[in-house]
Design a binder for this molecule. Structure first.
Ligand SMILES: O=P(O)(O)OC[C@H]1O[C@H](O)[C@H](O)[C@@H](O)[C@@H]1O
Length: 459
């Protein structure tokens, strides 16, 4: 653990778990008034978290929830490393196909290394094959990409737990066809890699059958950790490794949080339990219907998108749940903030802040004065962002909007691993407090069934 964490004075703040600190002080009525929680109300929900936390600790020991044990595993990462090294030989670009949880976790981690941030990649990244993610299905995008890709130096990683996801199968088949059309059929086993579940009796896995028929190597998708919870498995860590990140450090950050869970004597000592109790209490007692996440760092933009799937699919059930909204700061101060500050008082906001003071270019004092912006004269750009990220929670609190802050001292693999595990445990605990199964998503099936019917019927 690289940084000590803030200890609570009361049950409203909990000790953080990794190199980050979490505070829900801005959710309390003493700070924001009537839309906030009283100590008494929060304690009621913390009490409800108690048996659920005990169950999680038990699941850790019995291995019933493999998500809790994955941070300690290493063999699967060695396999992933070896497969990636083989795949990368002669490669200039690695394309990742996979949607939902089979796409967002990898993107979140890759972005930590600057992926998808113009100019964001460190110089050593230029030695690696580039990475691209296609997680949405769009015929124009796909044919455009396949037309211009240099297929001899492009590699494809196709991820699907079920192996039956329409979007991913369509993309994989289109890529295989393009490679065949380019006369590269004999090289298919070295150009493609699959990540999918092992065969299970009575369950067909289309991707596995397709790839087996083409002799394509496959890594086993963990059969006990799926979709939005798979970011710490080879699903999320393969793209992380492709960007040169230390996957073991990501897991270490997650292990720090699990350790904290094992050490916690009561929910008030464990930040994910405190956050879950606050989230559910705000929803049930204070009319909160929207959950905004707003990181102040380009490198955490995809984290917000990953959180949206995690929160929406896990908790939007049986007429319950809060709708997640992804924002990024300071950009969305110029877009969504008006609504957050002055729309219906039905939201709570999580601001994720990274220590940025002293980062970035210095604003020339003379030019700042010419521009009538003396306040930024001689400041680093990171100082401006730090001031904005400090001011926003103050502004929200003054407007009576519940706000939680997450402060990351050093945004690295260990921190992101901890943050991912934090959010997953918070979501699981929130679901359990609400009496909701946080692991399924039955409502998404109907649209899939109707899609297939339409295709059968000629659309
Ligand atoms: O990994 P796959 O089986 O392809 O699933 C990919 C995604 O598709 C599904 O429709 C679910 O709604 C998501 O929870 C899942 O992450």
């Amino acid at each position: 653990m690289t940084n000590p964490v803030s200890l609570s004075k009361n049950s409203a703040s909990a000790e953080g778990c990794a190199p980050f600190r979490i505070s829900i002080d801005g959710c309390m009525e003493t700070v924001i008034g009537r839309h906030g929680l009283s100590e008494h109300l929060l304690s009621r929900y913390l009490k409800r978290a108690e048996p659920e936390l005990a169950k999680l600790r038990d699941h850790y020991k019995t291995g019933r929830l493999p998500l809790l044990n994955i941070p300690e595993e290493t063999a699967d990462l060695d396999d992933a490393h070896a497969a990636l090294a083989r795949l990368s030989e002669g490669a200039r670009l690695i394309v990742f196909f996979g949607t939902g949880g089979s796409g967002l976790g990898g993107q979140t981690l890759a972005q930590l290394a600057g992926w998808n941030i113009p100019g964001g990649a460190a110089p050593d990244q230029r030695k690696r094959p580039r990475t691209r993610f296609y997680d949405n299905l769009d015929g124009a995008t796909l044919s455009g990409a396949l037309d211009i890709l240099d297929l001899e130096t492009t590699r494809f990683v196709v991820t699907s737990k079920s192996g039956s996801t329409t979007e991913t199968l369509a993309q994989a088949i289109a890529a295989l066809s393009a490679v065949k059309a380019a006369g590269l059929e004999a090289r298919i086993p070295e150009l493609f890699l699959g990540i999918t579940e092992e065969d299970k009796p009575g369950k067909s896995n289309g991707l596995r059958s397709l790839f087996a028929a083409h002799g394509i190597p496959m890594l086993a998708h963990h059969d006990g950790i799926g979709g939005r919870y798979s970011c710490l498995t080879n699903v999320g860590l393969m793209p992380a490794m492709a960007r040169g990140l230390d996957a073991f450090a990501v897991r270490q950050g997650a292990a720090d949080v699990v350790q904290k869970m094992l050490d916690a004597r009561r929910p008030a000592d464990f930040a994910p339990a405190v956050s879950a109790a606050a989230a559910v209490a705000l929803n049930k007692e204070k009319g909160v219907r929207l959950s905004v996440i707003m990181p102040y760092a380009d490198r955490l933009g995809r984290l917000a998108d990953w959180y949206v799937q995690l929160w929406a699919e896990s908790l939007g059930k049986n007429g319950q749940g809060t709708c997640p909204i992804a924002a990024v700061g300071p950009l969305d101060q110029h877009s969504q903030l008006q609504f957050f500050m002055d729309g219906p008082p039905e939201l709570w906001v999580t601001v994720v802040r990274v220590a940025t003071v002293g980062n970035g270019p210095v604003v020339d004092a003379e030019m700042a004065r010419q521009a009538g912006a003396d306040y930024m004269a001689g400041r680093h750009v990171g100082d401006i962002v730090a001031a904005q990220a400090a001011a926003l929670p103050e502004a929200l609190a003054q407007a009576g909007r519940p706000v939680r802050t997450i402060d990351v001292d050093r945004l690295d693999e260990r921190a992101i691993g901890g943050i991912l595990m934090h959010f997953m445990l918070e979501t699981i605990l929130a679901g359990r407090i609400m009496g909701i199964d946080p692991f399924d998503q039955p409502a998404v099936e109907l649209a899939k069934i109707l899609t297939r019917k339409r295709l059968d019927a000629g659309i």
